[in-house]
Design a protein around this ligand. Structure first.
Ligand SMILES: [Zn+2]
Length: 298
């Protein structure tokens, strides 16, 4: 009896704290996610080759990303150059203005530079996922503004995101409600890729950890509502959300459950990953982006 009572109480508590339910408007938007677009974009990303900073391949990829936003009709596309020992590279920052809180931002980011190989998983997947979100969010009203950011220099030590935080976020006192980072969500060919890891801040400073935990639980709920994936929560580390985290901001992120054994090698390509997994992750991420940005039907 004691056990049953405990289970009942736990289930009541669970329901109270997870009141978030499926939003049918969000589900309709998520249903437009295109697996064939994701596949074609991953192929295009792969075909640019090894995109390390200083390479022509990276510049070609950057131009491809920028052209995509322009063709989608985004007008606020900013190229932010930064220079370090590997050369000069650019962050791509695209802003969609919110209806109610135009000066408060949800940052959705992924790096597009790669190391040693084409990086189709790390991080073609995050790159392509964000472009799919930007396509489907383009004509949808959101209360908060969204910044879609494609960082460069990540593989050399989070250079682009550190530069952005130091030279834009801090001096301009940007009001960032949440940073949602996507890095390496391609899964592993031949494995059952049915779990997505939702990452929360467990590091110093601690002041922002509770809010990251809340946001990450909200993310996990959305992943479960809008995709067929199961979720796990783990610690955030070693990607472009960390410079934001270091500055006290609230972060969350997505990472694959089965970690690619070929990342940072010439074999990080389509043949070693699972495109259907990327499609499912994109659906869940889109549901979360709609939720985080306060999207509503006109
Ligand atoms: Zn990466």
């Amino acid at each position: 009896m004691k056990n049953i009572a405990f289970v009942l109480l736990a289930s009541i508590l669970f329901n109270v704290s997870n009141a978030q339910t499926l939003n049918s408007f969000y589900a309709d938007v998520v249903a437009k996610t295109s697996e064939s677009t994701i596949l074609n974009d991953l192929k295009a990303f792969e075909n640019f080759g090894i995109k390390n900073v200083g390479s022509e391949a990276l510049t070609d990829c950057e131009n491809w990303i920028t052209a995509r936003y322009q063709s989608l009709g985004y007008v606020d596309v900013v190229i932010q150059p930064f220079t370090y020992k590997a050369g000069t590279s650019n962050n791509i920052i695209v802003t969609k203005t919110g209806t109610k809180y135009p000066n408060t931002f949800i940052v959705i980011d992924a790096h597009y530079d790669t190391i040693n190989g084409p990086g189709t998983n790390d991080n073609g997947t995050g790159t392509v996922l964000i472009m799919e979100l930007a396509k489907l969010l383009k004509d949808i009203d959101t209360e908060y503004s969204i910044k879609f950011i494609h960082f460069s220099g990540e593989e050399d030590g989070l250079i682009g995101s550190k530069y952005y935080v130091k030279n834009t976020v801090t001096p301009e006192k940007l009001d960032i409600k949440l940073v949602f980072n996507i890095d390496e969500v391609g899964g592993v060919k031949g494995k059952t890729n049915d779990i997505i890891v939702c990452e929360r801040d467990e590091s110093n400073p601690k002041s922002n950890n509770a809010d990251s935990d809340k946001a990450t639980k909200r993310l996990a709920t959305c992943m479960a509502l809008y995709s067929n994936l199961k979720t796990e929560i783990a610690s955030a580390y070693a990607s472009d959300y960390m410079p934001f985290e270091d500055n006290g901001l609230i972060i969350t992120g997505l990472f694959e459950k089965h970690e690619s054994p070929v990342n940072h090698t010439a074999k990080d390509d389509l043949a070693h990953m699972d495109v259907n997994y990327v499609y499912e992750v994109t659906k869940g991420a889109l549901g979360a982006a709609l939720e985080f940005a306060g999207a509503f039907k006109k």
